[in-house]
Design a protein. Structure first.
Length: 415
């Protein structure tokens, strides 16, 4: 996806909001239809049948017929794809859409002349029932645009995203392999020793956000004051999201350019971020602590980082088993849960190896990736692939020296 900032006029914005409302209405009707389905009942209507029902609904409701049939049909197609993803066990079940959250619609069958350049920094896109809308031409648009999606975030900003397949980043060809350990305190720890953190709101912005949230709790529902406070909160949240996405783009580009193989843990993030509140009969325990952990995981962009890596380095991202990566010593391979003395400190009680705990986990991820490639018959990647003590001794030596404060030549027993 190539996303650009849309610049509609006030009149065009009103029609865009109507398109969003129509798409949301059709989506929610489809959700309601499938919510009544039971195993002993007739199958819920599929996309083709829902399109016939949409035609009847447009004939009976002039306000719906005034909208774009392309927008409404694509909402049904998006719902059909969402249900296919749900039954394929790759996504959660589609849920009800609320006004003001996740606003947007999709347009397909885009002709070559529907996207044009007006000047050096301004482009125009043709939207049904509206005509030409300007957007900021901030980067090159690849040829072959077949569809685009118009969205509105909580800060009130409009964007247009063109569905194009970007060119992958070429591998350096050096055989370098890196392990990436994703965490809450450290967003991404690399096996090279680098600790990367996703940017967040500054302390002053966090304090302002807290004041706004308290103000929102006191505001009356449906009042103009509440709407203004929600917009102010949305702008702060959008700023945080923009910073996180910018960090993900830069980090993924750097990893794709510097390493031939990028190893990450195969984490089920959707399962890890589920609520612990339970039910009325069986309430959960540690609900607030689990909610804080969930916010920390989502704020560090775990899923988006791997997704962008797979886009920029297709075929070069390897997912490994996450079990014991934080408890295993990367020098001798001994698994000991007591070896992690704190969140940041790891010290093996068997061989004495000590380093940052997240870096140790990243080293285990890197070695697991090399072991997997060798087991399939391929060449070892970036170092020994087995679990024996003869690991990347130069890297282990440098990490040990760094953690012990010794200088090269003073002697560190590597066993």
């Amino acid at each position: 996806m190539s996303r650009f900032r849309l610049q509609p006029t006030p009149a065009q914005e009103q029609v865009l909001l109507e398109h969003c409302a129509h798409a949301r209405f059709v989506w929610n009707l489809a959700v309601e239809q499938h919510a009544h389905w039971q195993p002993d009942r007739k199958a819920a209507p599929r996309y083709t049948e829902q399109c016939r029902q949409l035609t009847q609904a447009r004939a009976a409701n002039p306000w719906l017929a005034a909208g774009s049939v392309i927008v409404q049909q694509q909402a049904l197609r998006d719902f059909a794809q969402a249900m296919a993803n749900f039954f394929g066990r790759t996504h959660r079940r589609p849920i009800w859409r609320s006004r003001g959250r996740g606003e947007g619609f999709r347009v397909v069958a885009v002709e070559p002349g529907d996207v044009r350049r007006a000047s050096r920094n301004v482009g125009e896109v043709k939207v049904p029932k509206i005509g030409w809308i300007r957007f900021r031409w901030s980067r090159a648009i690849l040829d072959g645009v077949k569809s685009f999606r118009v969205t509105r975030d909580r800060a009130g900003r409009w964007h247009v995203a063109f569905a194009v397949v970007p060119e992958p980043i070429a591998a350096p060809g050096t055989g370098a392999v890196v392990g990436v350990d994703r965490g809450v305190v450290v967003s991404a720890a690399l096996s090279t020793g680098d600790l990367l953190n996703a940017p967040a709101l500054r302390d002053s912005e966090k304090a302002r956000l807290l004041r706004l949230q308290r103000k929102l709790a006191r505001a009356q529902r449906g009042s103009n004051r509440r709407g203004k406070v929600k917009t102010a909160i949305g702008k702060l949240k959008a700023r945080e999201t923009d910073r996180r996405k910018d960090w993900v783009e830069k980090t993924s580009t750097r990893l794709a350019r510097e390493f031939d193989v990028i190893a990450v843990e195969d984490l089920k993030i959707s399962n890890m971020t589920r609520s612990a509140k339970g039910t009325v009969d069986v309430p959960g325990r540690g609900v607030r602590q689990k909610a804080g952990l969930n916010r920390g995981i989502l704020a560090n962009g775990w899923g988006l980082l791997v997704t962008r890596l797979e886009h920029k380095a297709p075929g070069r991202v390897m997912k490994v088993d996450p079990r014991f990566t934080s408890q295993r010593c990367s020098a001798c391979g001994v698994v000991d849960r007591e070896a992690r003395e704190s969140q940041a400190a790891f010290r093996c009680r068997s061989c004495g190896f000590a380093c940052n705990a997240d870096v140790n986990a990243a080293l285990n991820i890197r070695f697991a990736a090399g072991h997997a490639v060798t087991a399939r018959g391929g060449p070892p990647l970036g170092g020994p692939a087995n679990r024996e003590p003869q690991r990347d001794l130069h890297l282990v030596r440098s990490l040990r020296l760094e953690s012990s404060g010794l200088r090269p030549g003073e002697g560190v027993n590597l066993r």
